[in-house]
Ligand binder design. Sequence first.
Ligand code: PEP
Ligand code: MG
Length: 537
Amino acid sequence: MERYEGKSIFRKIAMGKIFFYEKNNSVVKREKIEDTQAEQRRFETARAKAQEQLQNLYEKACREVGEAGAAIFEVHQMMLEDEDYCESILNIITRQGVNAEYAVAVTGDNFSSMFASMDDEYMKARAADVKDISERLVRVLSGNDNDMNDLEEPVILVADDLAPSETVQMDKSKLLAFVTEHGSANSHTAILARTMNIPALIGVPIQKEWNGKLAIVDGYEGTLVIDPEQELIDKAQETMEEEARKEKLLKTLKGQKTVTKSGREIHLYANIGSVADTGGALMNDAEGIGLFRSEFLYLESDHYPTENEQFQAYKTVAENMAGKKVIIRTLDIGADKKVDYFNLDEEENPALGYRAIRICLTREEIFRTQLRALLRASAFGNISVMFPMIISVKEIQKIKEILASVKNELKEQGIEYKDVEIGVMIETPASVMISEELAKEVDFFSIGTNDLTQYTLAIDRQNPALDEFYDAHHPAVLRMIQMTIENGHKGGAWVGICGELGADMELTEKFVEMGIDELSVSPTFVLPLREIIRNMD
Ligand code: PEP
Ligand code: MG
């Protein structure tokens, strides 16, 4: 039995086998092969396995995001059957007498460059797909294919670090817990763990040899135990049963109003990052969606999501929530949320850089596509739209101009939409200071305390080395929240919190006293917060 300590992200316990996740950035080596026929067969076996993985991915995506979003995996399957592509690989193996990995990598590079040089935009975009399938084949060939779809039982995922673009592609039903060596408590991966209601630890020195071993992740103690003794297994089992009992008890609060004893009602909404997350929001009786991080649709995809793909996603969430409020945040890409196909330049200070609304206002075609999709979906439910990283009144006025122009376009085309409520995220000190003016422009504010804390305290939220300086209850942040609420109300806007601080139960009473109207939190926090608020005077 070995015991390791880390920083806990979510207080829960899990027990299961470890799955060691490795990034696939290894360089492919050229090796001489004697038996080229056997090497060709090795390639064919890998191709069949890659096809199977793609079929699984296709079926999963169909279930989670619908057929339109899944179509890309069908394209990949077709490419894997392409005669020219396969012939090139087989020829390189026999003519040069080299390993299949090398033949696949060379063919992938050649085909990808060929597509990239074409004039046709559709064909150009296929360059990334050829690269993608070639990388998949190399992974399978080298026995380094971290495809969670192959797992039969849920696992504890151990990794060096996880980027949002990686976590978003994982099969959530197969995850019992996360353990990483790097990463910060305020990262989006940590937020995902809370959304998924699973324990997570960061800062644990990980080892590849743990793969397949039984382990316990204890989010209360902040420990990982490998090969636990029977006594510890029994204790963990007991804690899990206790957790299940508590969850059951909380479920009795389903259907109840979130209202203090003196009659003040607070709206409790859920934060989600995908269409599939609406299940958790409904199960936990969220009264609406207070933050749909729409950029995760972009992170899941290998191309700019089309208007129709986005429309389907927003419409599904709106329909699933059956008339309850659904606040969708427009694209907040940049900083830790990186997408290759945006071709963003490397920046010295990405958190202070070209991100979120700054991209939308300078690459208007991306923004207009999203707004069209959002407005079209608004006809199918109760959608509101909010904008991230606002720092000036000028920005919101420009946004409103673009929104009006998109509405006009839809009207002329006879396409139905509703006049959606609009809001800004208050997540920069600048927006707090001008909140009185901003309130006159919008229907609501949603305070993004994750970024607001980062920018107020000048602490990079991704840097774990700064955790000891990070004070979530810093009076500067709390005063900013107070000021935002007062100014919002003065200007006629309702005010909510959608950052992680909204779920901090030590502050719930304070927020209610400050006059907060709404709290939007990871789905599993909805019922515990309802319990606290219902017990308040
Ligand atoms: C925030 O900054 O508080 C927020 C809700 O947005 P994100 O965490 O996605 O940056
Ligand atoms: Mg933010």
